[in-house]
Design a binder for this molecule. Structure first.
Ligand code: WT7
Length: 647
C-alpha cells in the first residue's frame, strides 16, 4: 500500500482565550509541553505519581508490566471503582453535592446527591448479590438513559461483577448475541424507554433475546414507562420491589487493579462484534485524569456529555470520569429534536450547563436545522465545548464555535476509541491553541505516530497510518474470549505497536489531523485520498449541510469519486448546484479530487452511533441502477434502518 495523500488545508488557529487560561488547570503551552515531556520520558514514573489521585486499598508494586501486547497496570494494587466515584466524596466535602442531574424526555427532572447515589448503588449491589451475582460474573445492562442505568453500572463495580452494557437502540438479536458471547448471568433492563415521543420496548426485546440465552438466570426490570410487560415468575423481578427490601449498606469489594471492569461490544470492519475488555485501575486513572484536564472540570461546573451509556463515551465521560472527580454530570434521556429542534439548548439554559460534549454528526444536524433554534436560548453559561466520534469538518467546527460557543468557548476535539478507553489526542483548553478539524496534540503519556506501510514515520504533512507506540493505562486488555483476535487486529500490522485503524497526518506544528478509518481511503488515479477531506471541502460550500464520499470502481482511475450530498434546507438540488459543487471541490483541493458523481439525498445512512455507513453507500454507488432522475432527492435512511437490523 502506498501512503495516504493528505489534501485538507486549514490555516485558522485559535489560541486559548486569556480569561479561560488564567483559571485553567493547565495554563499554557509551555506547562503542557513540560508535563508531556516528563510523561513520555518516564511514563511509569509519571503514571505512578498520578495514581496517587485515586484511593487504593492495597498499594501496587509496579506501575506497568508489559509483555507485549499484554499489559498489566498497577500490578498487585487493589481498589474499588465505586468507592473512588462515591464513598470518598461522601466521606469528604461533597455528600450533598449533586452527582447527577437527570432530565427525562417527557420533561421530568431528578437530582441525586452523592450520598443519595451511594445509597442507591449499595442497595442495588445487595440486590445483585441476592440474585446470585458474584465477583467475576457478567451482568448485562440494556436500559434507557435514566439514573438507574448509572447506578446499575456502579453497583456492578462495587461487587466486582463485569458489566456489559448494550445500547438501548439495539435489537433483540444484538442483545442475544452479546449476552451469549459474554455469558451473562443477569440482565438489568426497563419496561421501556422514551425516544422521540415513542416507547422503545426494552423488556419485550429482552424476552425475545432470552429465548436463546441459556446463561441468563434473572432479569431486573425498572418501571420507567409504566406500560404492561409480562413478568416471568422465578426469572423476572421489579427493580423497585427489590430495592425496597435491600439494605443501603454494602462494603466496597477490594478488586485487583487488573480485574475486568467491563466488556463493550464494538463493530469490526468484518465479522461479529468484538467484546472489548477494560480493566479497573488503569482505566479509571486515565479516564479521571483526562476528564479533569481535557474538560478542565471544576467543582462548580455542570458538565454535560450527550452520549448514551451504551457507548464507551457514556461509560468514560458520562459516568466514571465526572463522578471520580466529584463533578456534577447531566444525563438526558431522549432525542435532540423532541419536542422541537431546540431541546438541547433548552436543557443547557435550564440547568446552566457549563461544559458540553457531543458528536460531529449531532453538530451537523444542528447546523442543518438552522441558527434560529440555539438563538432562542441563553447559552452564556457554556464555557467549553467538545466533540468526539469522527473527524469534524472545519466548517461544522466554525459553526459550533460561533453559534453554540458564542465565539468565546474553546473547543476540544478529542480523538480516542472504544479500545483506548479514554481520550488520547486532544487540546487542553487553557493551553493548546486549536485548529478547526485537528485533535491537536497527544495527552500525557500517549505516544502516537503517523507511519507508512513499513511502520516508518512519514514526517510532517504526509498522510499515513495512526499508531500508538507505547502502552497506556486505559488500553483494552483483550477481546473477550478471543486473545488471538486481539493480537491479530491491533498488534500484527506493525509488530509491537498498536494500530488504530485510522489514517492521519501530522502538520509542521506536530498537530494530528485524523483522516478517518483507513478503509475510508479512496485511491484515485494513484492518490490515496481521505474521504473526510473531500467531505470537508463539500461541507465548506454554503449550500451543503452534510456529505459522504465513497469510491466506485473505475477502469481508468482505479476509483471514481461518488459524493452523496445533503443540501441545506431551502436549497434547490439541481444540475447547476452539481456543477457548482464539482468546481468548488476542485478549487478547495485540486483537480485530482473532482467528484465524478454527485447525488443529492435527504438523509445519509448512519449507524446507531451516528457514523456514516460508507459500506452501504459504496454498494449503492457501485450498483448499476441509477436512483431517480438528476433533480430528485434520494432518501437512504430507510435502507440504513434495514441494514442496522442485521447487525
Ligand atoms: C473511531 C473510534 C471514542 C468514542 C466514540 C467513538 C473515530 C473518534 C474522533 C475525533 C476524528 C475520531 C476514529 C476512531 N474518531 N473520535 N475526535 N476525530 N475521528 O468510539 O466507536 O470506538 O470509534 O472513531 O475513526 O478510530 P468508536
Amino acid at each position: 500500500m502506498s501512503d495516504i495523500d493528505s489534501v485538507l488545508k486549514e490555516a485558522r488557529v485559535f489560541p486559548p482565550p486569556p480569561e479561560f487560561q488564567k483559571k485553567a488547570h493547565i495554563k499554557s503551552l509551555d506547562e503542557y509541553r513540560a508535563l508531556y515531556k516528563r510523561s513520555v520520558e518516564d511514563p511509569e514514573g509519571f503514571w505512578a505519581e498520578q495514581a496517587a489521585t485515586l484511593e487504593w486499598t492495597r498499594k501496587w508494586d509496579r506501575a506497568l508490566e508489559w509483555n507485549a501486547p499484554f499489559a498489566k497496570w498497577f500490578v498487585n494494587g487493589a481498589l474499588n471503582l465505586s468507592a473512588n466515584c462515591l464513598d470518598r466524596h461522601v466521606a469528604g466535602p461533597r455528600p450533598d453535592k449533586t452527582a447527577i442531574i437527570w432530565e427525562g424526555e417527557p420533561g421530568e427532572v431528578r437530582r441525586l446527591t452523592y450520598a443519595e447515589l451511594l445509597r442507591e448503588v449499595c442497595r442495588f449491589a445487595n440486590v445483585l448479590k441476592g440474585l446470585g451475582v458474584k465477583k467475576g460474573d457478567r451482568v448485562g445492562i440494556y436500559m434507557p438513559m435514566i439514573p438507574e442505568a448509572a447506578a446499575a453500572m456502579l453497583a456492578c463495580t462495587r461487587i466486582g461483577a463485569t458489566h456489559n452494557v448494550v445500547f438501548g437502540g439495539f435489537s433483540a438479536e444484538a442483545v442475544r448475541d452479546r449476552m451469549n458471547d459474554s455469558e451473562a448471568k443477569l440482565i438489568v433492563t426497563a419496561d421501556g424507554g422514551y425516544r422521540r415521543g415513542a416507547v422503545v420496548p426494552l423488556k419485550a426485546n429482552v424476552d425475545a433475546a432470552l429465548a436463546a440465552c441459556p446463561t441468563v438466570k434473572h432479569v431486573v426490570v425498572v418501571k420507567r414507562t409504566g406500560q404492561d410487560v409480562p413478568m416471568q415468575a422465578g426469572r423476572d423481578v421489579w427493580w423497585h420491589e427489590q430495592m425496597e427490601k435491600a439494605s443501603a449498606e454494602c462494603a466496597p469489594e477490594p478488586l485487583d487493579s487488573e480485574h475486568p471492569l467491563f466488556i463493550l461490544y464494538t463493530s469490526g470492519t468484518t465479522g461479529k462484534p468484538k467484546g472489548v475488555v477494560h480493566s479497573t485501575g488503569g482505566y479509571l486513572l486515565q479516564v479521571a485524569l483526562t476528564t479533569k484536564y481535557v474538560f478542565d472540570l471544576k467543582d462548580e461546573d455542570v458538565y454535560w456529555c450527550t452520549a448514551d451509556i451504551g457507548w464507551v463515551t457514556g461509560h468514560s465521560y458520562v459516568v466514571y470520569g465526572p463522578l471520580c472527580n466529584g463533578g456534577t454530570t447531566l444525563m438526558y434521556e431522549g432525542a435532540p429534536n423532541h419536542p422541537g429542534p431546540d431541546r438541547f439548548w433548552s436543557i443547557v439554559e435550564r440547568h446552566k450547563a457549563t461544559i458540553f460534549y457531543t458528536a460531529p454528526t449531532a453538530i451537523r444536524a444542528f447546523l442543518r436545522w438552522g441558527d434560529q433554534w440555539p438563538k432562542k436560548h441563553d447559552l452564556t453559561s457554556l464555557r467549553l465545548l467538545g466533540t468526539v466520534g469522527e473527524p469534524i469538518n472545519p466548517e461544522a467546527w466554525m459553526w459550533y464555535r460561533r453559534v453554540i460557543g458564542g465565539d468565546r468557548c474553546p473547543i476540544v476535539d478529542t480523538w480516542w476509541q472504544t479500545e483506548t478507553g479514554a481520550i488520547m489526542i486532544t487540546p487542553l483548553p487553557g493551553a493548546i491553541p486549536t485548529k478547526p478539524g485537528s485533535g491537536t496534540l497527544p495527552f500525557f503519556g500517549v505516544v502516537p505516530e503517523v507511519v507508512d506501510k513499513d511502520g516508518q514515520p512519514v514526517g510532517p504533512e504526509a498522510g499515513g497510518y495512526l499508531v500508538i507506540q507505547k502502552p497506556w493505562p486505559s488500553m483494552l486488555r483483550t477481546i473477550y474470549g478471543d486473545p488471538e483476535r486481539y493480537v491479530e487486529q491491533y498488534w500484527k500490522r506493525f509488530p509491537g505497536i498498536y494500530f488504530t485503524g485510522d489514517g492521519a497526518r501530522k502538520d509542521k506544528d506536530g498537530y494530528f489531523w485524523i483522516m478517518g478509518r483507513v478503509d475510508d481511503v479512496i485511491n484515485v488515479a494513484g492518490h490515496r485520498l481521505g474521504t473526510m477531506e473531500i467531505e470537508s471541502a463539500l461541507v465548506s460550500h454554503p449550500k451543503v449541510a452534510e456529505a459522504a464520499v465513497v469510491g466506485r470502481p473505475d477502469e481508468l482511475k482505479g476509483s471514481a469519486l461518488v459524493c452523496f450530498v445533503t443540501p441545506r434546507s431551502g436549497t434547490t438540488a439541481d444540475e447547476a448546484l452539481r456543477t457548482e459543487l464539482k468546481g468548488h471541490v476542485v478549487k478547495e483541493i485540486g483537480a485530482l479530487a473532482r467528484p465524478d458523481d454527485i447525488r443529492f439525498t435527504e438523509a445519509l445512512p448512519k449507524t446507531r452511533s451516528g457514523k456514516i455507513m460508507r459500506r452501504l453507500l459504496r454498494d449503492i454507488a457501485a450498483g448499476k441502477a441509477t436512483v431517480g432522475d438528476t433533480t430528485t432527492l434520494e432518501d437512504y435512511s430507510v435502507l440504513a434502518k434495514l441494514r442496522e437490523e442485521e447487525e
